[in-house]
Design a protein. Structure first.
Length: 278
């Protein structure tokens, strides 16, 4: 599949399916999140971690691959900014984002690997689960573009998922055992999203921390923190309210904060932070 076709496939998926609302009021894309009450507090607090690294005030915040800004916590990222610039290849996403943001939101159809903005135009940048939808050789280009449009002494926060992270590999045998015991087929041997197949309905290509550090080391320094170490798959299999699920998640959240670099590199969802130095 060519790069052009890949991006067109992603755009069509989100225009036609991913950002369409279902009967419960959630977007179709939300089915890849754990929305159960037992996980709600943990997930909400992990989303708010982005605010720990953004500068609190500014004129323009770029939301690169904004989608519809679908969760309330996402709205908080731009509370201290005059405008939130939503850039996405999906016109449906931008229409939905505009409904949420009103005059605070300015929407631009754009490719995150080729942004139509002037250098140093933004006082802050967020990008939520976007870069992994690009072909692998464009990941570096996307980070380079985000750095280009970031203002001096400003910060960017990028959320993505690792492909087959160490901590989730440790629990995979127990998930497969659970599948067998409940009469479902084992998934051993199936390709992962890091290999570039269709995952969650559209193209996904993920990397690991070593790959990202190696790719960006000659461009600018990055820091990797934990956004959320537990995958949706883990949460749905193991977190149960009757078996101390809430307490377990409180402990995990504390550990993610205390050992953020470790959980960021080896858990499911890293928070990649960089600053443009003067």
């Amino acid at each position: 599949m060519t790069e052009k076709n890949t991006k067109e496939e992603v755009r069509q998926f989100y225009d036609q399916i991913g950002w369409s609302q279902e009967e419960d009021g959630n977007y179709q894309n939300a089915r890849y999140e754990d929305l159960r009450p037992v996980s709600r507090e943990y997930i909400s607090k992990t989303r708010l971690r982005v605010n720990n690294h953004l500068l609190p005030l500014g004129r323009f915040l770029l939301d690169a691959g904004s989608g519809p800004v679908q969760y309330p916590e996402y709205l908080t990222y731009s509370e201290g900014y005059d405008y939130r610039i939503c850039a996405d290849i999906s016109i449906t996403a931008l229409q939905e984002a505009k409904k949420r943001l009103g005059e605070h939101g300015l929407c631009v159809v754009a490719d995150v690997a080729n942004l139509p903005f002037a250098p140093e135009a933004f006082d802050g940048i967020v990008s939520m689960h976007t870069i992994h939808h690009l072909p692998m050789k464009e990941h570096r280009a996307a980070y380079k573009e985000l750095y280009r449009v970031l203002g001096e002494d400003k910060k960017a926060v990028i959320i993505n998922g690792w492909g087959d992270p160490f901590l989730m590999k440790l629990v995979e045998p127990f998930i497969q055992l659970g599948r067998v015991l409940t009469g479902r087929p084992s998934q051993y041997g199936k390709k992962k999203g890091s290999d570039g197949e269709k995952e969650s309905g559209t193209f996904v290509r993920k990397m690991d921390a070593k790959w990202l550090i190696r790719e960006l080391k000659d461009l600018f320094p990055i820091k990797i923190y934990s956004w959320r170490s537990l995958s949706t798959r883990f949460l749905r299999w193991f977190i149960r309210p009757k078996f101390g699920g809430n307490f377990f998640l409180k402990v995990i959240f504390w550990k993610e904060d205390k050992f953020s670099h470790f959980f960021g590199k080896h858990g499911q969802y890293p928070m990649v932070v960089f600053k443009k130095e003067n």
